[in-house]
Design a protein around this ligand. Structure first.
Ligand code: SF4
Ligand code: SF4
Ligand code: SF4
Length: 432
């Protein structure tokens, strides 16, 4: 379990090394002294809490630094997907005004030019960002400040001209949501013809090729019973187009219709136990996957309780909040700041065979304080410590109780919000 220890940044003449990124630490009686040079090289701000984690190879040092913000450009969308949270919440929809967005960016000036890890603005949220009439200004303002920009879009409004503009502005990554590896599967989820989204990906690929500029292009797929059979088709498409990634998430069931379609009931339960509880634990070296080995390997995976199998290299972690470990938060179109996308809007979820109301958790407002001040607020910092320790009960193993009808508390007496039944933290739901 990570622990936060007393670390004192100091102006030291650190021993010289040949490696530009390696310096040495002086440690005595429980204190570690870091040279300013090392802090600067690592992009760590001395004002941020430093976190030290003991592991088999020694100590790992990270910082509680804000690195990425998901910006909900708008709550509006031109589609009405069966999976969408917007069917199930009772909240006003609107566009984020440009003045509010500018304030948000102004609050990031101190982290905008990190030499090591560029700060990322993800233009996404629960709505379609391209519906916003000033969307390109959102991209341009972030790029003018040297920020790395990612976009998540349904692609239906992204044509060849816009693809070229995104490349010219230096957008780093575009994810197109495509919940179907064929027309029928896509239409069954999105209630819309797939062709515009396919054309958007083709336009991005072509614009990237012509401009010879770096742009990561990926697909996001939300798996349900009605579209899972088409997943190989989506992977084939991504392979043919030479895309950079495909992100496959589970559905968050906001409606009874989607509760009947989810594919993770057993996986959520299995995630409650350490990987070492699975007997026999399987350790394998890398083996070629070809006609000769595929049947045997498929039979092995058939015995695994989930995919990826417990303990698989690169598989999602359990009791692990990516938002806190990767320094991310979310801002709603109306300026509210939340620790994650799940806590951005009050909404229903069907988890552990019961309906649960996830109440939104606001840690600040863009119109009132700079974003970095909000990030460094003592109460929010304490919440992140709780999340790193993940001191919440294993509700998926237990099976649910009246305490978990909301995220107010749990049987540990946790204060709001309790994250024991969070689908993100158990690796069930992923955000690109
Ligand atoms: S594209 Fe996204 S925001 Fe729009 S309806 Fe579908 S899931 Fe909801
Ligand atoms: S554990 Fe889940 S609900 Fe809690 S902050 Fe992380 S993503 Fe949000
Ligand atoms: S709060 Fe406690 S009793 Fe209730 S479901 Fe979670 S682990 Fe079980």
């Amino acid at each position: 379990m990570p622990s936060t220890v007393g670390l004192r940044p100091a102006h030291l003449d650190a021993p010289k090394t040949d490696h530009p990124r390696i310096s040495y630490l002086a440690a005595s009686r429980g204190d570690i002294t870091l040279s300013v040079r090392l802090l600067t090289q690592a992009g760590l701000d001395a004002g941020d809490e430093l976190i030290c984690k003991a592991g088999p190879d020694g100590l790992r040092l990270t910082a509680d630094t804000l690195r990425k913000v998901y910006v909900e450009v708008t709550g509006a969308c031109n589609l009405a997907c069966a999976t969408c949270i917007r069917h199930a919440w009772d909240e006003p929809l609107g566009h984020m005004p440009l003045a509010r967005y500018t304030r948000l960016l102004d609050g990031l000036s101190a982290v905008a030019h990190s030499p090591v890890q560029p700060f990322t603005v993800s233009l996404s949220g629960f709505g379609e960002p391209l519906v916003h009439p000033e969307f390109l200004a959102f991209v341009g303002l972030a790029r003018a400040r040297g920020l790395r920009v990612e976009i998540i879009t349904n692609g239906t409004l992204l044509d060849a001209a816009l693809a070229r503009e995104l490349i010219a502005l230096g957008v780093a990554q575009v994810t197109v949501s495509m919940d179907g590896g064929d027309e029928a599967a896509y239409a069954a989820i999105r209630g819309h013809d797939r062709e515009p989204a396919v054309a958007a990906v083709a336009a991005l690929v072509e614009a990237r090729r012509r401009a010879r500029r770096r742009l990561e292009i990926g697909l996001a797929f939300v798996a349900t019973r009605r579209n899972i059979d088409s997943l190989p088709g989506l992977l084939a498409l991504a392979h043919d187009w030479d895309l950079d990634f495909v992100s496959v998430s589970n559905v968050v069931p906001h409606t009874a219709e989607m509760a009947a379609e989810m594919l993770w009931g057993g996986a959520a339960w299995a995630a409650s136990f350490p990987d070492t509880r699975w007997r026999p634990r399987l350790e394998m070296g890398r083996i070629d996957l070809d006609e000769r080995t595929r049947p045997a390997l498929a039979a092995l995976w058939d015995r695994a309780p989930t995919w990826p199998p417990p303990g698989a290299e690169g598989g999602p972690q359990r009791n692990h909040c990516r938002f806190v470990h990767e320094g991310m938060l979310a801002v709603a179109w109306d300026g509210r700041v939340a620790p994650c996308l799940s806590l951005l809007h009050t909404h229903p979820e069907h988890v552990n065979s019961h309906w649960k109301t996830i109440k939104s958790h606001t840690v600040g407002h863009i119109d009132e304080r700079p974003l970095l001040d909000i990030w460094r607020d003592a109460a929010y910092r304490d919440f992140r410590r709780r999340l790193r320790a993940f001191d919440f009960p294993a509700c998926f193993a237990c099976g649910g109780c009246p305490d978990t009808d909301t995220n107010d508390t749990d049987c540990y007496g946790s204060s709001f919000p309790s994250c024991g039944e969070c689908l993100w933290a158990q690796g069930i739901v992923l955000c690109p």
